[in-house]
Design a protein around this ligand. Structure first.
Ligand SMILES: [Zn+2]
Ligand SMILES: [Zn+2]
Length: 142
């Protein structure tokens, strides 16, 4: 079991840590995640907002309206461009109460191998050639 997660962006300006074990690990293939990562989806790992700490730097961010109507923010490094965070809170303002979690793009973990997906969502948005691990539960839309 993983007891702490640390990571950061390519240039090192932004560093983060979770003080509790992750509560979710999944692949999201929604169009927002595709655009965020420039890939077929985002390997998303994270946990409650209270367990998340920004250790260094201030991410640039933009807001999107998710399918459930919630406003979420996607954070990235304004210097190197690494996509990092999906979170509901910026500068102390909680934009959505029902989704008080912070997810990070698993490729930014110090040890990306700590990400093992438990399921994949929005798989109907992935390109037809996309391959998922054998036996991984897949949900076309949540
Ligand atoms: Zn950076
Ligand atoms: Zn997504």
């Amino acid at each position: 079991m993983v007891h702490s997660l640390t990571g950061g962006c390519r240039c090192g300006r932004i560093r983060y840590a979770f003080s509790e074990p992750p509560t979710f690990r999944y692949i999201c293939c929604c169009r927002d995640c595709q655009r965020f990562t420039g890939s077929i989806g985002m390997p998303n790992i994270g946990g409650p907002r209270r367990s998340f700490r920004l250790l260094d730097g201030r991410p640039a961010h933009y807001a999107v309206t998710a399918d459930n109507g919630a406003t979420i923010h996607r954070g990235f490094c304004g210097a190197c461009g690494s996509c990092l965070f999906v979170w509901p809170e910026i500068d102390g303002v909680l934009y959505t109460a029902q989704d008080d979690v912070v997810g990070v793009a698993a490729g930014t973990l110090d040890d990306p191998a700590l990400f093992v997906p438990e399921f994949a969502v929005y798989t109907d948005r992935a390109p037809p050639w996309a391959a998922f691990p054998e036996g991984l539960p897949r949900y076309p839309a949540p």
